[in-house]
Design a protein around this ligand. Structure first.
Ligand code: BEZ
Length: 248
């Protein structure tokens, strides 16, 4: 692939407000991120309509829409294609395509038309080293105050893991609600990390013994966080337990 660096690539930054745009989508016009204030929202891009990896991703995300809605999170997709192409592709997915037991799936979250690449450029979705006109597979997790809280970029050839996107979303919500951090591969029910000691006195106190946390060293302290407490905090819509994970 020839390199072309003429397209300016802006990257959003963590903890800053999500770049604003108005766009036409398969569910009508949206004003982003203002239409989603008070909710978490995942904005994700894909390279093109009528391509196989993207089709498996859309089936998977659409099949899990309720699972995301139950933790107060909406989904918004984007590709550098037109509205009629989007409509035709989503109809084909529902009528003809099955993947891992998912079939007859209606994609009823908004899919943005972005022929002008206006949105894709604002969000660093066009990465010329990968392709000049196709958006890479980007995922932005945006919080209820419209701040960008996580960004994940995948190349064209790599389909995303939606369990990981859901895990990251629940981990961010848990960190906010309980003022903790989450360690590698954390899942609800696992121990969480307590913030670092802020003074020599606090470091000593932690090593002398603390009923609430377990410290292997002054900088490495964790504590229990009951799985039910996590779900009680993050689930909405009267849900009391999460949806089952992906079908095999
Ligand atoms: C796909 O979704 O199948 C795909 C899209 C662009 C490049 C490679 C694969």
């Amino acid at each position: 692939m020839e390199e072309n660096t003429s397209i300016p690539v802006a990257l959003p930054r963590l903890n800053e407000k999500a770049p604003e745009f108005t766009a036409v989508t398969t569910q009508g016009e949206i004003n982003f991120p203002s239409d989603y204030r008070g909710k978490w929202v995942i904005l994700f891009s894909h390279p093109a309509d009528f391509t196989p990896v993207c089709t498996t991703e859309f089936l998977t995300f659409a099949a899990q829409k309720e699972k995301f809605a139950n933790v107060n999170c909406d989904l918004v997709g984007l590709s550098v294609d037109g509205l009629y192409s989007h409509i035709a592709w989503l109809r084909t997915i529902k009528e003809k395509i099955s993947y891992r037991g998912m079939k007859d799936v209606e994609v009823d979250f908004p899919l943005i038309e972005d022929i002008t690449m206006n949105v894709a450029k604002k969000y660093g979705m066009i990465q010329p080293g990968e392709d000049n006109t196709k958006a890479v597979r980007a995922v932005f997790i945006i919080d209820p105050e419209s701040k960008v809280r996580a960004m994940i970029y995948y190349p064209l050839s790599l389909g995303r893991n939606f369990d990981e996107i859901y895990r990251a979303l629940v981990a961010l919500q848990t960190a906010d609600a309980f003022d903790v951090a989450t360690p590698a591969d954390w899942r609800p029910g696992d121990d969480v990390i307590v913030g670092p000691a802020g003074s020599c006195g606090q470091a000593k106190e932690r090593m002398d013994g603390n009923e609430e946390m377990e410290c292997q060293d002054w900088f490495f302290c964790s504590k229990k966080l009951d799985e039910k407490k996590v779900w009680d905090e993050v689930l909405v819509n009267g849900e009391t337990s999460p949806e089952p994970v992906l079908q095999k």
